[in-house]
Design a protein. Structure first.
Length: 566
């Protein structure tokens, strides 16, 4: 055994492979795991961590984040690093900031502001723009240390605008010369270390001015030529699969076949089409049986909005009597909202836009935020209003006034069509799915799903009361090895000799989510939701403790990962 630098003694090792937990020691030699076994012998004086009674797991690999901006101005990638994540993949959904010429920066900022809810002033103030090409961007990231490793994908919107300028932003068809240049830059990005390419075909992805994402409806030949040029890495897609879904599926399947690249796509259950995900998974099964690598990327809990007077979204957001005071600091806003006359006006004013009504005023799908994320039907605004003889608007308003106006409500939008998580359990256990979609670094004013790894462990492996649970070793495998292999980082995701010493020590009985809190610590004083956890005794990256009991140690051993790892 290589001379150890640290011994983790007597923990319950859940090694990431799906094997049952076993009691064992884990010896580290610098950034690598040196040995795993019972009662390992190490030289006298070797530092030790007493892990008796603790789970010892691989660090978690988050394959769907949007820390593209945050990683340029901060070394701490909250909230993900508070939840055992030791590797995060940036550049999802086709949006990002490289490549980018100076004259195109405004377009990329507007797109990220609309698609991922990162305010323009935060991006304008925070982004250093010390890059132009995608390799330059990787060099800028590579110059810093982080509290986890990061890896990047080439985003389609940035690539398209870089090559085509305003034509690309306006969704004009790419010419043969445009496509050739995009393909060349895609090869260059992978050679510099990109782990793949991402694109969006989602109608909801728009700037705040309502302009669609530049990649919406991009021609098959454009996507095929870029994907074929990659040579390595994967192809990440978000698509609505709207009618005719068969044509969109066939198009993406042809691209996978032509390029030889594996594909992952966002798989979610919509309220309007609650069984459509099953159709997609049937197509995924057929494709894999034909030898094509396609995986649905799923979330272990509902994807939704958090509502509150302090947050960016809530049921009364567009009503005139609220908009009059929306600019006030929170204490003054709450004081104004406490006025009975204003309350009465807000409650009587309608939400005019039908789409916003469905999103913001579906009283049967609004609950107080509980940290198991599987609230029963009787806990909804509508059910409580009916039981107490009040109007739903009144119940909702009064709930939001609790905790001095800082109370948070939960509005599941996706993955909760039937009011439980049974369908999610099917998605999680399907052989051709991956666990992702936490969106860390995005939607900072009304979503905080970067905490999903902790929820996976607490809810699915320990606490779920409304249906079947999942073995802890299965959950850990989903969070670590499965994702590491999917993006080609085969040097992590398992606790085994020779692999990277990214490790979590978890007090499983004590593991719990903290409530989200609003912080005003982004550039220009921008706000963001941050959610922590109890029970992570320590998180190690490359053999160094970066968090201990939820507190940063100051160590920043995380680095940019360039390219796939054997």
């Amino acid at each position: 055994m290589t001379e150890p630098t640290l011994l983790i003694r007597g923990g319950v090792v859940v090694d990431g492979t799906g094997a049952p937990p076993v009691e064992a020691d884990v010896a580290l030699a610098g950034p690598r795991i040196a040995a795993v076994g019972r009662r390992l012998s190490v030289p006298r004086g070797t530092p030790e961590i007493d892990a008796r009674g603790l789970l010892v797991t691989p660090g978690f690999v988050d394959i769907h984040t949007h820390y593209d901006a945050q990683a340029t101005w901060s070394s701490r990638l909250l909230s993900s690093s508070l939840h055992g994540v030791t590797t995060a993949l940036l550049g999802n959904c086709g949006v990002g900031f490289a490549p980018c010429r100076p004259e195109n920066r405004e377009m990329l900022v507007a797109l990220m502001e609309g698609v991922e809810d990162l305010p323009e002033v935060v991006l304008t103030e925070g982004l250093p723009w010390n890059w132009e090409s995608f390799p330059d961007f990787l060099d800028a990231l590579d110059a810093k240390g982080y509290d986890m490793d990061i890896a990047a994908q080439l985003p389609h919107a940035a690539l398209r605008i870089h090559v085509m300028g305003r034509r690309g932003f306006a969704r004009e068809p790419a010419t043969e010369a445009d496509r050739a240049q995009m393909a060349r830059l895609a090869r260059e990005a992978v050679a510099a270390g990109a782990l793949g390419f991402s694109t969006s075909r989602a109608i909801a992805h728009r700037t705040l001015a309502g302009e669609p994402t530049p990649t919406l409806g991009a021609a098959e030949i454009e996507l095929a030529e870029i994907a074929r040029a990659l040579g390595a890495g994967w192809f990440q897609v978000i698509s609505d699969f709207d009618e005719p879904a068969e044509e969109e599926w066939a198009r993406l399947k042809r691209i996978v076949a032509l390029s030889g690249r594996p594909m992952t796509f966002s798989l979610l259950q919509r309220e309007s089409r609650p069984e459509f995900w099953r159709w997609l998974m049937a197509r995924v099964g057929e494709a894999n049986a034909e030898g094509l690598s396609i995986k649905g990327q799923v979330m272990g809990r509902p994807v939704g909005l958090m509502f509150g007077w302090e947050l960016s979204q809530h049921p009364f957001l567009t009503r005139p009597s609220f908009r009059e005071i929306a600019h006030l600091p929170l204490p003054a806003r709450v004081a104004a909202l406490s006025d009975p006359a204003r309350r009465a006006r807000i409650l009587e004013e309608p939400t005019e836009d039908p789409a916003l009504r469905a999103r913001l005023n579906n009283w049967a799908r609004i609950y107080k935020l509980t940290l198991d994320y599987e609230p029963p039907p009787e806990a909804s605004v509508e059910a409580v209003a009916r039981a107490t003889g009040r109007r739903p608007e009144e119940v909702c308003y009064d709930w939001m006034m609790e905790e001095e106006g800082r109370a948070i409500l939960n509005r599941p939008l996706l993955n909760y069509a039937h009011g439980n998580l049974d369908d999610i359990r099917e998605m999680l256990t399907h052989p051709h799915t991956l666990l992702g979609l936490g969106d860390g670094g995005a939607h900072v004013g009304y979503i905080c799903d970067a905490s999903a790894p902790t929820h996976m462990l607490t809810h699915w492996a320990r606490d779920r009361a409304r249906g079947g649970r999942l073995p802890v070793e299965f959950v850990v495998k989903r969070l670590s090895l499965d994702n590491a292999r999917a993006i080609g980082l085969n040097d992590r995701g398992r606790i085994a000799p020779g692999l990277k010493a990214d490790i979590n020590l978890i007090d499983f009985d004590r593991l719990a989510l903290r409530r989200p809190e609003m912080r005003y610590d982004l550039p220009a004083g921008g706000k963001r939701l941050v959610q922590g956890a109890e029970g992570y005794v320590a998180t190690l990256v490359s053999g160094e403790v970066v968090h201990r009991e939820g507190e940063a140690t100051g160590a920043l051993p995380g680095r940019l990962v360039r390219g796939q790892r054997p």
